[in-house]
Design a protein around this ligand. Structure first.
Ligand code: SF4
Ligand code: MG
Length: 318
């Protein structure tokens, strides 16, 4: 079923009716094992909330999440515990996940202690190996967060996500705060780790360039909805949804970006989303039906799903 996360909005006045913020408003997608699935969209579109739902940092209002075919809502306590090992998250700001008063070694060993992994020696070995895998000398275990550069801190953030040998990692804006040269080092590290360890990623970023570079497939979100899913890279064809086209034309690369569409206006509030297609107030191609009918995300061709009235559902077999 489709996934929804609504947050109640504090009432402004006594007689105001309760409003909800539709952070994630009925989305449905799958990520294949061993795949990097990118999630892109402007801030507030629901991509971080989607990532937090997948690691269950927040609970959905409606819908369920299937992990290896099983709804995680129905897992027993011990199954949930092993799921918490399997699924990890890397945040934009590694500062927030690093305790300034604790050494890097302590931070990396803590999850192993919580999950009762090995004895002290085994845990120290795992910490050293993981540091090496993220390109840091094992000596870094005795350092404190303030002694590290931004890139080194993000390497520690990645190591913290890796120590429990997870299968699936949500990576939320993990390179956005870094300089461009450091960004590409971290992206390449993430790609290398994914291949070596056979990991699956949900890679979240507002930066379409970065998402397209690292991902196998890309989902585009707008106001809590998935508006398009396409295959990234050379294999991928042109973007179809008018919003994806606008995102593409805002990045300086000539390929795929023939007709320029500029986004006009602001993103509307997810508390009062527009009727019909939520993109209609900003869409240059909107018609009457767009104002009244919500378009469904439909498969319109190989590897391609779009939610827009301009496109017909493909009638060939997937
Ligand atoms: Fe634009 Fe209509 Fe398509 Fe929405 S459904 S993106 S308003 S053409
Ligand atoms: Mg975010």
């Amino acid at each position: 079923s489709s996934l929804t996360k609504h947050y109640p909005v504090p009432k402004q006045g006594l007689f105001e009716k309760q409003h909800v913020l539709r952070a994630v408003d009925g989305i449905s997608f799958h990520i294949a094992e061993g795949e990097i699935f990118g999630l892109v969209g402007e801030s507030g579109c629901g991509k971080s909330t989607t990532g937090q739902l997948l690691v269950q940092l927040v609970k959905q209002t409606q819908g369920d999440i299937l992990y290896r075919g099983r709804p995680i809502g129905g897992l027993s306590g011990s199954e949930m515990k092993s799921l918490r090992r399997d699924i990890q998250i890397v945040f934009q700001d590694p500062y927030s996940s690093l305790n300034p008063k604790k050494t890097i070694g302590w931070t990396l060993e803590e999850p192993l202690i919580i999950h009762r992994v090995g004895d002290k020696l085994t845990r120290r070995r795992i910490v050293s190996e993981t540091l090496e895998q993220v390109g840091l000398d094992p000596d870094y275990a005795s350092r404190y967060p303030h002694e590290l550069s931004g890139g080194q801190k993000q390497r520690v953030g990645i190591a913290a996500a890796l120590v429990l040998s997870p299968k699936f990692i949500v990576i939320d804006e993990a390179v956005s705060a870094l300089d461009v040269s450091v960004q590409s080092q971290i992206l390449n590290l993430l790609k290398e780790l994914q291949q070596k360890r056979g990991l699956t990623y949900l890679f979240i970023s507002h930066d379409l360039n970065v998402v397209e570079y690292i991902s196998d497939r890309v989902g585009v979100m707008y106001l809590g909805k998935m508006v398009e899913i396409f295959e990234a890279g050379e294999a991928g064809a042109e973007p179809l949804h008018p919003y994806t086209r606008a995102l593409f034309s805002s990045i300086p690369d000539v390929k795929k970006r023939k007709e320029r569409t500029t986004l006009q206006g602001e993103v509307p509030s997810p508390i009062h989303p527009p009727s019909g297609c939520a993109f209609h107030p900003r869409c240059p191609l909107a018609t009457n039906v767009c104002r009244n009918v919500v378009p469904e995300l439909r498969r319109v061709g190989p590897g391609r799903e779009v939610s827009c009235h301009l496109y017909e559902e493909a009638n060939d077999k997937p």
